[in-house]
Design a binder for this molecule. Structure first.
Ligand code: NAP
Ligand code: ZN
Ligand code: ZN
Length: 348
């Protein structure tokens, strides 16, 4: 077995504390990765707090993992020792259902195995995430990371990147679209970069006036402070597409009103509260509310290669693991520029 150091929550809402555990020895198709960097996603906070009632403890969070391959199983084809590799939100799936066949492993009909707060396929081992020194993953679920990408700034691409790239692609966003991104946090700032690179006219809808300058620097064309009634009213009926990344309760009708007839509101944020929308608000205007969940392995690789080609990376604050609680506090206060990334060297 492989000895691993990590930070874990032992029960819901607990602070993370040092935790040693073991990972399996590599099987023929496994890659062993020495983790260098792990991004901090708001989902880490939701799951630590058991917001959705599905959390499994002890929990080592983290699903934006980049590291160096230190060993490979006998049958591994894609990786060799010394390669830079990434692991996102998925570490396994059934690999034979209709969705897995299409590279939509996140929607595996027999249950995808998430990187943490999940049971592995054996039904007993708790999958543990990237706030740890090493991880062992089947090569199908490991991503290739181009040398062109700086690994610390690339780590957030494994969740924040693919989660925003995928719906923009799915809905064919391009130069003939007026797009709004709701919430300028980890997901939001990546969404701005992708939407701009696809040629859309991009507006950031934020609750913090202090983020205006950053939004424009990220490439957004407009900024709307949503707490300012006049600014919000001025964008009524203006957008073809809105990507909603908010982590906390909010009124979806407020954003629906900003769509053109037939516009789409696509949700990636996961507040606990239900979406409460009167049918009148979508039927009379032929509007659409949809969801989107990360992305499958082929699309994640496509996104990483696209980022290498276009030099798209996250804007990060690098922290030692010991500052994780401060980072969570700041994220809960929307005080983020724009993704925390843990330097895993601080764990060794
Ligand atoms: P984050 O970095 O904390 O950003 C969330 C942003 O939402 C904040 O920066 C803030 O933007 C806004 N916000 C927060 N609290 C708010 C409030 N009370 N009222 C209004 N706006 C508020 O979070 P993240 O990592 O981007 O994750 C965002 C959400 O997406 C989380 O719920 C997470 O679980 C979910 N998620 C979903 C997927 C998926 O596959 N669908 C993948 C990853 C994450 P402003 O300051 O600009 O208003
Ligand atoms: Zn995430
Ligand atoms: Zn499947």
């Amino acid at each position: 077995m492989i000895q691993v150091k990590s930070y874990a929550a032992q029960k819901e809402k607990d602070n993370l504390t040092p935790y040693n555990f073991e990972r399996r020895d590599p099987r023929p198709h496994d890659v062993v990765i020495e983790i260098l960097y792990c991004g901090v996603c708001h989902t880490d906070i939701h799951l630590r707090n058991n917001d959705w009632g599905i959390s499994i403890f002890p929990m080592v969070p983290g699903h934006e993992i980049i590291g160096r391959v230190i060993a490979v199983g006998d049958h591994v084809k894609k990786f060799k020792e010394g390669d830079t590799a990434g692991v996102g939100c998925l570490v396994d799936s059934c690999r034979e259902c209709e969705n897995c066949d299409q590279g939509l492993e996140q929607h595996c009909l027999n249950g995808a195995v998430y990187t943490y707060s999940a049971y592995e396929k054996d039904g007993v081992t708790i999958a543990q995430g990237g706030y740890s020194t090493k991880i062992v993953v089947d090569e199908r679920f490991v991503l290739k990371i181009s040398d062109k990408l700086s690994p610390d700034k690339a780590a957030p691409l494994l969740c924040a990147g693919i989660t925003t790239y995928s719906p923009l692609k799915q809905w064919g966003i391009g130069s003939n679209h007026k797009v709004a991104i709701v919430g300028l946090g980890g997901l939001g700032h990546m969404a701005v970069k992708f939407a701009v690179s696809f040629g859309a006219d991009v507006t950031v809808l934020s609750t913090h006036s202090g983020k205006k300058e950053d939004a424009l620097k990220l490439g957004a064309h407009n900024f709307v402070l949503t707490t300012d009634e006049e600014q919000a009213k001025a964008v009524t009926g203006k957008f073809d597409f809105i990507l909603d990344t908010l982590s906390a309760a909010h009124d979806y009708n407020f954003y629906l009103a900003m769509l053109k007839t037939g516009g789409k509101l696509v949700c990636v944020g996961l507040p606990i509260e239900p979406i409460n929308v009167p049918s009148l608000n979508i039927v009379f205007t032929r509007k659409c509310i949809a969801g989107s969940l990360i992305g499958g392995l082929p699309e994640t690789q496509e996104m990483l290669d696209y980022c290498a080609e276009k030099n798209i990376l996250a804007d990060i604050e690098l922290i030692p693991i010991q500052k994780i609680h401060e980072a969570y506090e700041r994220m809960l206060n929307s005080d983020i520029k724009y993704r925390f990334v843990i330097d895993i060297n601080s764990l060794r």
